[in-house]
Design a protein around this ligand. Structure first.
Ligand SMILES: Nc1nc(=O)c2c([nH]1)NC[C@@H]1CN(c3ccc(C(=O)N[C@@H](CCC(=O)O)C(=O)O)cc3)C=[N+]21
Ligand SMILES: [Mg+2]
Length: 289
């Protein structure tokens, strides 16, 4: 048996098309163009990839894209000043500050400075709190995209055993909250979890978000389980000097046991960007409803 491949790339293309249709209707009704501002401090390679794809797709959805590239030596004060101006800029409905930030900048202070109504990453404590308490806030893009793929694959998630590997504020914790909201039985596993393989073996749904290349093995997976791979790891390729992208899941062997699995690339990554566009539209609609 071979797992069904969950085609995040094609699902994301469909979602972007739906967003574009709604953006056009929103512009016609309000005269307002939804705008997304992305702030990139320094030159983190993963963030560069993200920004490149994102700018193109924002424009393709009919929205305005504003890029602010700042030197790695930018002070926290300078970054906070830019955020303050974006908060009061009526052409900007969404603000995304690329993480990670340089070491000398306090990430929490920066995220706290973003107007929660423009926080399209869903990282502000107000949005995290709304998610935890069942409120209507902006939801982090990667977990939201994972949830869409899971519901498309499985339908109703109610009562299923879900194991989220990774406890980050960006993926693991919000993913767990979303699955709990869909009435899954949720476990968050992490680096200190005792006997991780046997914990994962309980799962109908596995979400791997640890950042360790090909860590999740076939004998951790309950036959037929649905496996969502959030990892994006660059590793050396066979050809000298080249790299290739792998997930946190040992895709080849896991796809012989799982019922369905997301590939890397072409799985969760494209969904993250599509959900960012969706969140930008949602933020604009909330302002000009
Ligand atoms: N505030 C903030 N929010 C983020 O959401 C955020 C961030 N900072 N910093 C960097 C990471 C990384 N990230 C990616 C999203 C999509 C792809 C993506 O589309 N990947 C393609 C492959 C790209 C390739 O070929 O290299 C795929 O998986 O198919 C990659 C990386 C969002 N991030
Ligand atoms: Mg983690």
């Amino acid at each position: 048996m071979s797992a069904r491949v969950i085609d995040g790339k094609s699902f994301a293309a469909g979602l972007r098309a739906r967003v574009a249709t709604e953006v056009a209707a929103f512009k016609a009704a309000t005269g307002v163009t939804p705008g997304l501002a992305v702030v990139l401090v320094g030159e983190d390679p993963a963030s560069q990839v993200y920004v490149r794809n994102k700018g193109r797709e924002t424009l393709a959805a009919g929205m305005a894209s504003f890029e602010h590239r700042m030197a790695a030596t930018t002070s926290q004060e300078q970054l906070l000043a830019l955020i303050a101006s974006l908060n009061t800029d009526d052409t900007v409905h969404g603000i995304l500050v690329q993480l990670p930030l340089p070491k000398h900048i306090d990430e929490a202070a920066v995220l706290a400075a973003i107007d929660p109504a423009k926080d399209v990453d869903g990282f502000h404590v107000v949005n995290a709190g709304l998610l935890a308490t069942g409120g209507q806030g902006l939801v982090p893009c990667t977990p939201l995209g994972c949830l869409m793929l899971l519901e498309d694959t499985l339908g109703d998630l109610s009562g299923l055993e879900a194991v989220v590997i990774g406890r980050s504020n960006i993926v693991g914790k919000p993913m767990a909250q979303l699955l709990l909201g869909k009435s899954c039985t949720v476990t968050i596993a992490h680096s200190r979890t005792r006997d991780l393989p046997s914990v994962v073996r309980r799962a109908d749904i596995v979400v791997a978000a640890v950042g360790r290349p090909e860590m999740v093995k076939a004998d951790w997976i309950k036959p037929g389980a649905t496996v969502i791979d959030v990892g994006i790891n660059r590793v050396p390729a066979d050809e000298p000097g080249k790299t290739r992208l792998v997930g946190d899941v040992a895709y080849g062997e896991v796809s012989r046991v799982a019922g369905a699995v997301t590939p890397v690339p072409g799985g969760v990554g494209p969904m993250t960007i599509a959900c960012l566009l969706l969140n930008t539209l949602t933020a604009a609609q909330a302002r000009h409803g």
